[in-house]
Design a protein around this ligand. Structure first.
Ligand code: NAD
Ligand code: TYD
Length: 351
């Protein structure tokens, strides 16, 4: 029986991942360590909270004592580090906490895992630390080409730079100590339980409330979208079969301009929910500072080595996602009941 320490499991991707592996495996144990910041929500885990193979611990990945105690109390086999400050716009407003959680938190986890797993001449067998990273560490693409695993790191935002710093520390633990690690770099995810500060849930939520739909700049920036379950499948494959020390890019060749995404959501809601929702709600606003133009992943390595491929076509995934938010209005009310309005006003008043 494998024991996973999953950090940030109350966030968007982490909670999807916990549900994914609890459904897939009958013989695993999960410890979910999450600080429950504004982005962490235990409602995301309602479906698994009574599962006897699942344990939740509220705490900070920067808390060395706490993290070490988890390694003492449980024989952790896999660490999957999702915990992070994850929103680019917030990193532009307040970079410090990104360095704290994303960089120092990562080192705290690496050190605790190393301490628990290291033997006199190597590491205990069957252990692995997986760092969940992002394609944003590669910077921005022009009109052509893709990010491969050998594309140089060229991050621009405080968010992506903190993730890049963490990746380099994880790599250092492999290069220096031969610690068993993998790094995954995925493109933009969408799906259930995503906090409505990110483009897709924000636009869905604003449509449902007939609020203006903020599009940064000319709306022509491009992101490469992947349904969250396909990301979960890839992480599971990398944990089980990824070659130690390797980086794996994850993406499904699904590039869209932001304005295409917004119009797709507007059309679906217009046609299926409320015909008063239309493109007149779109509001072009001031561009994001340092806005990366285009992301695009080359996923050949993970396809070739691990046989991964994305199962959800964007046309299906976006419908499932909008439907999920339509059926989970209570969830949306709950996650926007805290400081969300304050954030929204601060963020969008100048735009
Ligand atoms: P999220 O913001 O939805 O969730 C982050 C979770 O981490 C929250 O539950 C939060 O409470 C927790 N957390 C934050 N600081 C913490 C701390 N100091 N200690 C413990 N827990 C803490 O993020 P997400 O979108 O689910 O992203 C998860 C990971 O995947 C991140 O590392 C992110 O960089 C990476 N990633 C995200 C995307 C995407 O499109 N969302 C794409 C590629 C990679
Ligand atoms: P986001 O979901 O924040 O992800 P990331 O910045 O990590 O790629 O943003 C996706 C794209 O959508 C990005 O180009 C910025 C743009 N965007 C808007 O145009 N309006 C918005 O209100 C938000 C949140 C994002």
């Amino acid at each position: 029986m494998k024991t996973y320490l999953i950090t940030g499991g109350a966030g968007f991707i982490g909670s999807n991942f916990i549900q994914y592996i609890l459904k897939k495996y009958k013989d695993i144990k999960i410890i979910n360590l999450d600080k429950l910041t504004y982005a962490g929500n235990l409602e995301n885990l309602k479906l698994v909270e009574d599962n006897s193979y699942y344990t939740f611990i509220q705490g900070d990945i920067c808390n060395k004592q706490l993290v070490e105690s988890i390694f003492s109390n449980y024989d952790i086999d896999y660490v999957v580090n999702f915990a992070a400050e994850s929103h680019v716009d917030r990193s532009i407003l307040e970079p410090e906490v990104f360095v704290k959680t994303n960089v120092l938190g990562t080192i705290t986890l690496l050190n605790a895992a190393k301490k628990a797993w290291e033997l006199e001449n190597g590491f205990k067998k069957g252990k692995k630390y997986l760092q969940v990273s992002t394609d944003e560490v590669y910077g921005s693409l022009g009109a052509t080409g893709y990010f491969t695993e050998t594309t140089p790191i060229d991050s621009h935002s405080p968010y992506s730079s903190s993730k890049a710093s963490a990746d380099l520390m994880v790599k250092a633990y492999f290069d220096t100590y031969k610690m068993p690690i993998n790094i995954t770099r995925c493109s933009n995810n969408y799906g259930p339980y995503q906090f409505p500060e990110k483009l897709i849930p924000l636009i869905i939520n604003n449509c449902l409330n007939k609020k203006p739909l903020p599009v940064y700049g000319d709306g022509m920036n491009i992101r490469d979208w992947l349904y969250v379950e396909d990301h979960c499948k890839a992480i599971d494959m990398v944990i089980n079969n990824g070659r130690l020390g390797e980086v794996y890019n994850i993406g499904g060749h699904n590039e869209r301009t932001n304005i295409q995404i917004v119009k797709t959501i507007v059309k679906y809601i217009h046609d299926n929910v409320d015909e008063k929702v239309n493109e007149n709600l779109i509001k072009y606003v001031e561009d994001r500072k340092g806005h990366d133009k285009r992301y695009g992943i080359d996923p050949s390595k993970i396809k070739k080595e691990l046989g991964w491929y994305p199962e959800t076509k964007f046309e299906d995934g976006i419908k499932m996602t909008i439907e999920w938010y339509l059926h989970n209005k209570q969830w949306m009310n709950s996650v926007t009941s805290g400081d969300y309005q304050k954030y929204y006003e601060k963020m969008y008043k100048t735009k």
